[in-house]
Design a protein around this ligand. Structure first.
Ligand code: NAI
Length: 336
């Protein structure tokens, strides 16, 4: 029987990369029925809320959502749909694996990082106000509950996935209370996981370490803003935003989306790399326990990108979104 999932194609390059991903999921034999919704500026144009209630209801009902990027207006307009979704559904863990792809020309060959970002609080709590004209305040919220929950997620993930070490990243030397609490919770949770090495780095040092010796690190645990920034940095170490997958996971629902945004500079031109969303779909398939389908899609992507050297322009290749997608479908069909 077909399984119903929620689909948010998003905007910008979103519809291009989501339809490419739905196409390869069909090719791999997934029997999904999609409940598809518009959100963000497109929903507002149709006189709806940017994040209509029925979207949240659909995700709560189906438990799993595949999502394209959604543009957030800068400095004005509605709040980020991406942040709202994560907060409303308490998708507290943002998982972003960044691994070198053989044959892709970048500075490092042995990067294998898993970034775990706290997704619901920090400076993304949306608590900003003007104190007096010319002075504004943004509140950074760090709670023991959310910090403990995300630390547990990171150590559990490490144990289940054969990772050896979790490094907490913070600025507790300056933000002694907020980042200090985040670090204390990490250290407390680490005591229950003696088989996993636990250490920490100050965020500025971590950034330098990552651009010099990324292969020395295994899993990183960060609060919201640091996690957002460092995961783009990590994407840059392994081929850019066109390849890095992501998952937002809560206790009940999960939303799978690439790390990249709506890329307005290339939207509508048929050149976006759909690989990041396809790899997010692989995380989704594993979450749904569809291991065979996940393995076949991963193998086909590797065949196309590594063996056949068929790549989109962001990876130095020449093909567009649909040509790349058809190559992946062919590789799935031939079992290559
Ligand atoms: P972006 O990730 O959209 O683009 C940054 C650069 O990477 C651009 O040069 C773009 O062309 C390139 N790029 C991104 N994805 C690519 C792909 N799949 N293939 C080839 N090249 C790709 O970041 P930007 O420009 O800062 O954000 C644009 C909008 O997206 C903003 O409104 C932002 O708020 C939103 N955004 C949404 C996210 C989400 O829905 N989860 C995440 C990040 C940003």
């Amino acid at each position: 029987m077909a399984q119903t999932l929620t689909l948010l194609p998003g905007d910008g390059i979103g519809p291009e990369v989501t339809s490419a991903t739905v196409r390869v999921l069909e090719a791999v034999g997934c029997d999904f029925e999609w409940e598809s919704y518009v959100v963000g500026a497109e929903a507002v144009e149709q006189n709806m809320e940017p994040l209509p209630d029925r979207v949240l209801e659909s995700i709560r009902r189906n438990k799993v959502c595949l999502k394209g990027p959604v543009t957030t207006p800068i400095g004005k307009g509605f709040r980020s749909i991406n942040v709202l979704l994560r907060q409303e559904l308490q998708l507290y863990a943002n998982l972003r694996p960044a691994r070198s792809i053989p044959g892709i020309d970048h500075k490092f060959k042995d990067v294998d990082l898993v970034i775990v970002r706290e997704n619901t609080e920090g400076l993304y709590s949306g608590l900003e106000h003007q104190v007096v004209p010319g002075v504004v305040e943004s509140l950074k919220i760090i709670s023991e509950k959310a910090s403990t929950r995300i630390a547990k997620f990171a150590f559990d993930y490490a144990e289940k996935n054969g990772r050896k070490r979790v490094t907490a990243v913070h600025k507790a030397n300056i933000m002694k209370l907020s980042d200090g609490l985040f670090l204390d919770c990490f250290r407390e949770v680490s005591k229950d996981h003696p088989s996993i090495e636990a250490d920490d780095r100050i965020i500025d040092n971590m950034c330098m370490q990552l651009v010099m010796y990324p292969e020395r690190y295994d899993m990183l645990l960060l609060e919201n803003l640091y996690g957002d920034i460092v995961s783009d940095l990590a994407a840059g170490l392994v081929g850019g935003l066109g390849v890095v997958a992501g998952a937002n996971i809560g206790d009940h629902e999960a939303v799978f989306e690439a790390v990249h945004g709506s890329a307005p500079d290339i939207a509508g031109r048929g050149v976006a790399n759909p690989m990041a969303l396809m790899r997010s779909a692989i995380l989704m398939l594993r979450h749904l326990n569809l291991r065979d389908e996940a393995d076949r899609l991963a193998k086909a992507l590797s065949t196309v990108v590594v063996d056949q050297e068929i790549r989109t322009r962001d990876l130095g290749g020449t093909v567009g979104t649909s040509e790349f997608t058809e190559a992946v479908v062919r590789a799935i069909e031939t079992g290559d």
